[in-house]
Design a binder for this molecule. Sequence first.
Ligand code: AMP
Ligand code: MG
Length: 430
Amino acid sequence: MMIEAQRIDYQTAIATICEQSRPGQRVISLPIARAGGMVLAEEVTSDVDMPAFDRAAMDGFAFRHADAATQEGAGEFSIVTTIAAGSNAASGISLGARECVKIMTGAMVPTDADTVIPVEQTSGYAEHGAQVTFHAIPPAGDNVAPKGQDLRDGQIVLSAGALLHAQEIAMLASVGRSQVLVYAGPQIAFAATGDELREPGEPLVVGCIRNSNAYCLETQILNARAEPHSLGILRDRADELRAKIATGLKRDILILSGGVSMGELDLIPQILEELGVRLFFRKLRVRPGQPTVFGVRPEGCAAEGDATPSPCPTLVFGLPGNPISTLFAFDQYVAPAIRIFRHHPRSLAPRYRGELAEPARKKKRSKDFLMLIACRAEWHTDKFLLTPLRTHGSADIFATRGANAIGYLPAGIQVAEAGTMIEFQHLYEP
Ligand code: AMP
Ligand code: MG
């Protein structure tokens, strides 16, 4: 039986999706350079001290501080040898009174030395055996990073659940990891529905339009670090929809674009229910994207005539077909479910506040709806300025050129004047 087509508000919709979303259990091993943006699924410990030896932090001369501090002619040292980064010569060097070595940044400081003076504070590099003058003696220990200062051998570097940014990838490399275990993104089946759809590259028949949503969705799925599986274009016929949707229900998430409004051929909600999907909502108090459908098909559930029960629960999103609706609905409703699946530390994209640079208006019928507006957000001196991009409606994807944010015009107001502070979220926040 069809659920009551009752409109629910944005917050309830997001809360319902988050409640129904489950962290995925699949773990994969990736080369570290491909693991950025993924979430770590293991504990990583260090296999070295960092630094692994007393390391020179500057190009200069390594010397014994006591020699400089106590003896007459303290600034005069004779050069014994040179130690470059990567050389292990330092371990065999012993320094006599007022002897020093030329040393390069990153090189091992000889055990006999304790301080490095930068070359700029001396008379400069000279031949072995020559004298060098130190103009001002730095404090003892200066410019030497002691062994183990940053990290100890065996210490935990990162724990499971850490989001891997570039700096965490650098940490993994530093402790010798070339591969790393991360939580796999969800497998997402997606389809565009509609008799009118033609693929780019096919001839365009009168009355038809190009399928743009499938390409928009695939890009968003990849950006969210999930795995897209295209089901192609589905025609508005119950048998075709039922067969392809049943296939899609074997994945972690199924996204359908189109076919969820109130038209005669908008068959999807009913077919979903026939296939065992529990629908949580099918209408929102949000524009664009009012007829958005969300449901879950439980694990182990098999549709009538389907011999293989689904191995995992499947979240199902039916997004309205207009291109801006699809673009926004993925970002608002599907992306949080993907983050939860990927064990991302935060399920919702961060929100900011910005000042409208121009007035933003709703149609009268939308006054009591939350309205999502495509904006250009730019930082000006001390705040974000939001320029709403004027559209001819939610089919007008061309109006979103250059949009980098979704602004929120709350329910209850019809016009927000220039200067009003509103909340926004960056588009494409992974
Ligand atoms: P629907 O949600 O199926 O009622 O579609 C709403 C509007 O979006 C109609 O004008 C459709 O032609 C259009 N539309 C549906 N699917 C797509 C698609 N994949 N790409 C571009 N436009 C679409
Ligand atoms: Mg349609």
